[in-house]
Design a binder for this molecule. Structure first.
Ligand code: ARG
Length: 239
């Protein structure tokens, strides 16, 4: 009897509120990694995934600066070709060195981009970089990651997930966040929230028309109305 009550109470606190999608980010699971062959996970030596990234050259991964900042390159592992992180599908590659954008401090100050050099070249294909025409407000992009399914969730998705989110006008993003910088960031989300990237999706790609336009950087909570996801404006850092 007591046990039943405890189990029921546990169910009540873990159940999602009415109308909420427990798979927040409003995303769906990816069916095959072959659909996004350039998508990689960053993990610890123990295999704990904490960020995403995209292969942009045979031995080059684009990710967020905050994913690697002050970490030893040898402590970063890049997992490629693996849809479900509980499997051993694909390959694990070490990082020999990385570069982060000059002047990077915290995501809210921009410059949240890093390039990792891999110990071995991967077969590819690589994700091409977008051009500045990608950021037109209303353009829908795809964001990918193994991060949280809801704000504050401790469970993560073992299977890669994707969500479609429209790019917002700079004015709307400025209204949402005082630290927004249009030259180095962009926002994506729905005014009513519900679809977003979340914790541990950082560093993952925001793809517009098959090209890398953004990198998951920051946001207030996840998928909140009026608090869109903020992405690194990749074209601002090409050289
Ligand atoms: N900084 C987070 C990370 O480390 C990603 C935040 C993205 N947040 C959002 N609401 N889009 O994984």
């Amino acid at each position: 009897m007591r046990l039943t009550a405890a189990v029921l109470a546990l169910f009540l606190v873990t159940a999602a509120p009415a109308g909420a999608d427990p798979r927040i980010v409003g995303g769906t699971p990816v069916g095959s990694i072959a659909e996004y062959p350039w998508m990689v996970a960053l993990t610890t030596a123990g295999g704990y995934q904490y960020c995403g990234g995209a292969l942009v050259g045979p031995a080059l991964v684009a990710t967020a600066a905050h994913c690697v900042y002050q970490k030893a390159p040898t402590s970063i592992y890049v997992v490629s070709g693996r849809l479900d992180l509980t499997t051993t599908q694909g390959a694990v590659t070490k990082v020999t060195q990385y570069q982060i954008a000059g002047g990077y401090t915290i995501p809210q100050q921009g410059k949240d981009i890093a390039l990792l050099t891999l110990a071995n070249a991967l077969p590819g294909p690589v994700l091409p970089i977008a051009d500045s025409s990608a950021y037109l407000a209303g353009t829908t992009g795809t964001v990918l990651g193994w991060g949280r399914l809801a704000e504050g969730d401790t469970n993560k998705s073992p299977v890669l997930r994707k969500a479609s989110v429209p790019i917002m006008a700079d004015a709307a993003c400025t209204a949402a966040y005082t630290s927004y910088q249009a030259d180095s960031m962009f926002c994506a989300g729905l005014p009513q929230g519900g679809v977003d990237s979340c914790t541990d999706d950082s560093g993952g790609p925001f793809v517009v028309n098959g090209k890398l336009a953004g990198i998951v950087s920051w946001g207030k909570g996840c998928a909140r109305p009026g608090q869109p996801g903020v992405y690194t404006r990749v074209t601002a850092y090409l050289s």
